[in-house]
Design a protein around this ligand. Structure first.
Ligand code: SAM
Length: 160
């Protein structure tokens, strides 16, 4: 459905850029109408189910109170450049929104880590449908200090 003043384009054929799904996200939501617009840290616990061969990559994540989760909003259309989230005829450019409707439907959330049980990571703060493909998990950047030694670019400023 295209709402009043929304604009769809003919997108190039999607290649999905060779992404691999590393698992699935289990949430209480099966309808987009019930899913939060943005996750909240006091929201329900959701589970990142990480598949093989990626489970070894979870080592050490329990050191971080918050994680950044990236996921593929697989049930979105991908062709709107102007959208009317309020359905009132007022439109906004897709790149000025966090709408799931975008050329590459990547969703991101900062979540609170509750616990890790083997290949299952329990978190709060998600806003996706049950079964949403999982793309990546990273430590929240505000908690992470690079482990690799610094390099030249780390010291460059606008004036240098
Ligand atoms: N927090 C992410 C972000 O800002 O990148 C996603 C925000 S997006 C506004 C969340 C909405 O996407 C939900 O309210 C739901 O309507 C929709 N959604 C959730 N899971 C989806 C999926 N698997 N496919 C398509 N739409 C989805």
């Amino acid at each position: 459905m295209v709402r009043e003043n929304e604009v769809a384009v003919e997108p190039p054929e999607a290649t999905d850029a060779g992404l691999v799904f590393i698992g699935r996200i289990r949430t209480p939501w099966t309808s987009r109408m019930e899913t939060p617009r943005q996750g909240r840290h006091d929201g329900p616990t959701c589970t990142l189910e990480v598949s093989e061969p990626w489970t070894a990559a979870l080592r050490g994540i329990e050191r971080f109170a918050r994680l950044e989760v990236l996921y593929w909003l697989d049930r979105s259309r991908r062709d709107l450049v102007l959208q009317s989230p309020a359905s009132n005829g007022e439109v906004h450019g897709t790149f000025s929104l966090r709408s799931p409707v975008r050329p590459n439907p990547i969703g991101t959330s900062i979540v609170v880590l509750e616990r890790v049980e083997g290949s299952r990571v329990h978190v709060r703060g998600l806003d996706c449908l049950d079964g949403t493909p999982l793309l990546d998990i990273k430590p929240d950047r505000t908690l992470f200090k690079p482990i690799a030694p610094p390099q030249k670019g780390d010291f460059e400023t606008a004036k240098s």
